[in-house]
Design a protein around this ligand. Structure first.
Ligand SMILES: Nc1ncnc2c1ncn2[C@@H]1O[C@H](COP(=O)(O)OP(=O)(O)OP(=O)(O)O)[C@@H](O)[C@H]1O
Length: 259
């Protein structure tokens, strides 16, 4: 299921503003890649280009290529909706649909593409997705209750279940733990480590310990000043990035000297 992503010479714009400049990187399948860097350096902007969510914003566009298994996601004949099905996303704040039950939340994305899913297939998919998101045991007796009745950490796992129910190849996570307490954070981190057996995962985090704990590779983005574009400064195995980075700016950021 997991796919490799190759980004080449990517420039990311909001209308005339060049927000992120000249990113090239390889994202390995079945691995966790973390993006770190100071506020405003373009981590979230970059992440959203990996499933074409960036261009949902009026005036937003990219130059360069983002290829999944060699196919450019920005090619003329590629349907952005199909891309978003292949590349799922989990956001900072858990955002289950408040009026929907737990099971309908899990099925929300699936119903958009498969309106005729049978009751028994739907029930199987709900169980499989919730088990995969480590939430099944906690909710199996209240599947018909609203998703909004769960704790923050459970809601975030419900959103992960919803994302994986459509069987994507890649999961993007934009600060998925920033609204959660430490125990729920650890539950999500454990889950990320399990999910990488099946998915390619990219995560934006401000939490350096989290990047060190969950990721295999880390990319450090930086910005030279307000109004300047963010850039990928370096990317390497996470162990190398946190012990002996090549760039002084990476070392300064990781050691807490700025940002
Ligand atoms: N919708 C938008 N329209 C115009 N500019 C935007 C938009 N979203 C972000 N930007 C700009 O793009 C740049 C990168 O922002 P982005 O949110 O990607 O950074 P970030 O590294 O994820 O920051 P943070 O860590 O604070 O979330 C910033 O200068 C920001 O103001």
């Amino acid at each position: 299921m997991a796919q490799r992503i190759d980004v080449k010479d990517l420039n990311i714009f909001y209308s005339d503003f060049l927000a992120v400049e000249d990113v090239s990187m390889a994202i390995e399948p079945k691995s966790v890649t973390a993006f770190i860097g100071p506020s405003g350096c373009g981590k979230s902007t970059f992440l959203r280009t990996l499933n074409r969510m960036h261009e949902v914003i009026p005036g937003a566009r990219v130059e360069g290529t983002v290829a999944m298994e060699g196919v450019d996601l920005y090619g003329d004949d590629v349907d952005p909706v199909a891309v978003r099905r292949q590349v799922g996303m989990v956001f900072q704040r858990p955002n289950p649909f408040p009026t929907m039950s737990i099971e309908e939340n899990v099925l929300a994305g699936v119903r958009l593409v498969n309106k005729k899913i049978s009751k028994s297939d739907a029930a199987d998919l709900v169980e499989e997705s919730l088990r995969h998101a480590n939430l099944w045991e906690e909710v199996k007796d209240r599947l018909a209750k609203p998703g909004s009745g769960l704790s923050g950490g459970q809601q975030q796992r419900l959103c992960i279940a919803r994302a994986i129910a459509v069987r994507p190849q890649v999961l993007l996570m934009d600060e998925p733990c920033s609204a959660l307490d430490p125990i729920s954070t650890l539950a999500i981190e454990d889950l990320i480590t399990e999910l990488k057996q099946d998915y390619t995962i990219c995560i934006v985090t401000h939490n350096m310990q989290q990047a060190a704990r969950v990721s295999d590779r880390t990319g450090f983005f930086n910005i030279a000043g307000t109004g300047k574009p963010g850039k990928l400064i370096e990317m390497d195995d996470t162990g190398v990035m946190f012990s002996s980075p090549s760039e002084q700016a990476t070392e300064d950021y990781i050691s807490g000297r700025f940002g």
